[in-house]
Design a protein around this ligand. Structure first.
Ligand code: 5AD
Ligand code: SF4
Length: 467
């Protein structure tokens, strides 16, 4: 085994001691509110924060005005996400004005940047402490110090390497869908991206810890397990010589239970034929692959430091469709990366037409402080970015709609997730291929499987009738 970054049992034990101390220090009936921005990894982190808060005697509430402790878990991937977290935190100031004992903490990717933690210290006097993504497990210690000493703390000293904390309490948001982090951090340094700076180096959890967590989830009836990592398919590279992500997936599929496994996010440079073969061979793995392309221009891919080109990417897609003909393929696209010309952008449109993605997640390039792309010449003007963004969406909407139309008249099995966010009279479910389906039905169906006949479609959703 290579270098294992797992925290020692004593260090984890130390945080449990702080959790006990907080519980004894507080009066009964304390409430905690956690607001989460950003990706699934942040959602998974917030489930640990909620677990620790509960262990410390707090009841988790969804009303911030009711809380004695507020934690804002922030995102830094684009400026918009940062501004949103700051504005929401600003609103909590008013709650604190009427409740002096309220403690407000911030964590996550935004505050893991020195300039942000310093500006919060100076301009947000009602924020009590911050802790970075690499020190999530020190939340109890920091909270206890704040309670006892009253001092604010803004030290984001988590090592760039990062650690892995096992065995922290967790309070899962769903009792049928679970996140399972398998690795943390990123080593890729795509030139636009802040993640490697705020989440530290790639570090994989030991396989026995992951397999045990999967076993527990399956035994408690979880229907869907999503394996998470910033760069999930490089799992194992830092830890084992002869055990990779495909091996881990195959081992998870050997766990007893009626569940589906998904994973995200994959990097094309680490997407191997072995991984695709493993997906084809295991019924438990959802036939869905999220494979961020970012740009269809080889020149821009080079500037982005993505380490693959169009041909290699198309080759992978070809192999996926050969092995799993009906596979769902989705992607992330950035428009307006510095230096992107009309010709480069048309290469991206060309890739959309060639690959025929089921869905894409598209983003307007956002300058991130301290990344190489921030300093690149010829930043693309905002109006050009916006115009390209709209053309991209228009092309993809046509493709997504056509792909959805193939479902009309078919009956599909979906996992029912809850009430539709836009229409309370309907339930929302997803099929194995991650297609969103809305249909009328009883609450009692939530958390189980249902068969739905598709009657009509939009680019991003199917509409149907319960069989
Ligand atoms: N600007 C715009 N989009 C970005 N992403 C990452 N960094 C940036 C940035 N600076 C996008 C990428 C990534 C997704 C999670 O966010 O497409 O895959
Ligand atoms: Fe960011 Fe690239 Fe790492 Fe993804 S692979 S987190 S885009 S640096």
């Amino acid at each position: 085994m290579k270098k294992d970054k797992t925290l020692s049992a004593q260090e984890t034990e130390k945080q449990f001691e702080f959790m006990d101390k907080v519980r004894k220090y507080n009066r009964e009936g304390m409430r905690a509110y956690i607001e989460t921005f950003g990706c699934q990894q942040n959602e998974a982190d917030s489930e640990r924060l909620a677990g620790m808060a509960e262990y410390m005697g707090y009841t988790v509430t969804d009303d911030p005005s009711d809380a004695d402790l507020i934690v804002v878990n922030t995102c830094a991937v684009r400026e918009h996400a940062e501004l949103k977290a700051l504005s929401v935190t600003g609103q909590f100031k008013h709650i604190k004005q009427n409740k002096s004992g309220l403690i407000i903490a911030m964590c996550g990717c935004m505050v893991s940047q020195e300039h942000r933690s310093q500006s919060i210290k100076n301009s947000y006097p009602y924020v009590d402490f911050v802790f970075d993504t690499r020190s999530l497990h020190t939340f109890p210690e920091r909270l206890y110090e704040r309670l006892v000493t009253g001092k604010r703390s803004f030290d984001i000293s988590g090592s760039q390497e990062g650690v892995i904390a096992e065995g922290l309490p967790v309070r899962r948001a769903s009792d049928f869908k679970a996140w399972l982090s398998v690795m943390y951090g990123c080593n890729n340094f795509c030139t636009y991206c802040i993640v490697p700076y705020v989440r530290g180096r790639e570090r994989s959890r030991r396989r026995e810890n992951i397999l045990e967590e999967a076993r527990q989830l399956a035994a408690s009836g979880y229907r869907e397990i999503t394996l998470l990592g910033q760069n999930v398919n490089s799992y194992g590279n830092d830890l084992y010589d002869d055990y990779d992500f495909a091996d881990l997936l195959a081992d998870i599929c050997r766990t007893d239970g009626d569940f589906t496994v998904r994973f995200m996010t994959s990097h094309p440079k680490d997407a191997t034929r072995k991984l695709i073969d493993t997906m084809a061979e295991n019924a438990k793995i959802a036939k869905q692959f999220h494979l961020p392309l970012q740009s269809g221009s080889d020149r821009i891919l080079g500037l982005m430091n993505r380490k693959y080109n169009r041909d290699r990417y198309l080759d992978l897609v070809g192999y996926m469709r050969l092995k799993i003909p009906d596979i769902t393929i989705t992607t992330d696209i950035i428009v307006g990366f510095p230096g992107e010309t009309e010709e480069d952008f048309e290469m991206t449109l060309d890739m959309l037409s060639r690959v025929q993605y089921d869905n894409i997640f598209s983003f307007i390039y956002s300058k991130r402080k301290g990344t190489p792309a921030e300093k690149m010449a010829s930043q693309v003007p905002d109006d050009v970015k916006k115009e390209r963004f709209e053309r991209l969406i228009e092309l993809q909407n046509g493709i997504s709609r056509r792909k959805n139309e193939e479902y009309i008249g078919k009956t599909i099995r979906v996992l029912v997730e809850g009430r539709s966010k836009t229409d309370d009279s309907k339930l929302t479910g997803r099929n194995e291929k991650n297609r969103l389906v809305h249909f009328e039905g009883e609450d009692s169906l939530i958390g189980g499987y249902a068969d739905v006949t598709v009657e009509s479609v939009q680019p991003h959703a199917l509409f149907g009738r319960l069989v």
